[in-house]
Write a protein that binds this ligand. Structure first.
Ligand code: PCA
Length: 202
């Protein structure tokens, strides 16, 4: 089973991104290929699709940070809308444009989200299913990969991670946080579910 696991570099003034740290810890182990995407609306979709086409994974699990969320958020849907709340790392703000001109309004995640939720909770980490990945880079790469893989047997989805305690400690805002250790437990549980789903589909 080949799984492509992606995260993002830090953005929005933070020095860290939990998704990058998780990818760096889990990549290269067994069959997980890791990739850290730039927070660049032009580059990120292209870098991701190039990796999908060259690595040819059976599943794509994208991770990102959602700093105001208190629990692991397993996304269910990507929408065909770019409406950046803040600039990306190149200074671009995109407003009211489609991710893919002429594409459907939305794509559903194809990973087994309900089983993933249960596995994360059984691993002792708080989690929820989410109906919006936002309208920034995370939704953009999710829509891009689901659109690219539509009709294929390759599963894809997205998981948002809360901020790390260090990020909240370094900032002035009171925000929820989750430890890297809990993130790792959650993502390991998710990868195990996907591997099982793929094995039982054979
Ligand atoms: N989170 C952002 C983009 C990069 C990241 O880690 C998002 O939720 O769109």
């Amino acid at each position: 089973m080949r799984i492509l696991l992606t995260g993002f570099e830090p953005f929005g003034g933070s020095a860290l991104n939990p998704s990058q740290q998780v990818v760096e810890q889990l990549a290269g182990k067994t069959t997980v290929q890791g990739l850290v995407l730039p927070v660049d609306g032009q580059q990120a979709p292209q870098v991701l699709l190039r990796a999908v086409d060259s690595f040819r994974p059976q599943a794509v699990v994208c991770l990102g940070e959602a700093s105001r969320r208190a629990v692991i958020s397993i996304e269910r849907v990507a929408i065909n809308l770019l409406d950046y709340r803040i600039a990306d790392n190149t200074g671009q703000i995109v407003t009211d444009l489609p991710v893919v001109p002429g594409g459907p309004a939305a794509h559903f995640v194809t990973l087994p989200v309900r089983e993933m939720l249960r596995a994360v909770q059984v691993a002792g980490v708080p989690a929820e299913l989410s109906l919006s990945a936002g309208a920034y880079l995370c939704n953009q790469v999710l829509y891009t990969v689901l659109h690219h893989l539509a009709g294929s047997s390759v599963l894809a989805g997205f998981v948002h991670l809360p901020a790390l305690p260090e990020q909240v400690a370094a900032g002035s805002e009171r925000m929820p946080s989750m430890s890297l250790e809990a993130d790792l437990r959650a993502v390991r549980a998710i990868l195990a579910v996907i591997e099982q789903a793929a094995n039982s589909a054979i």
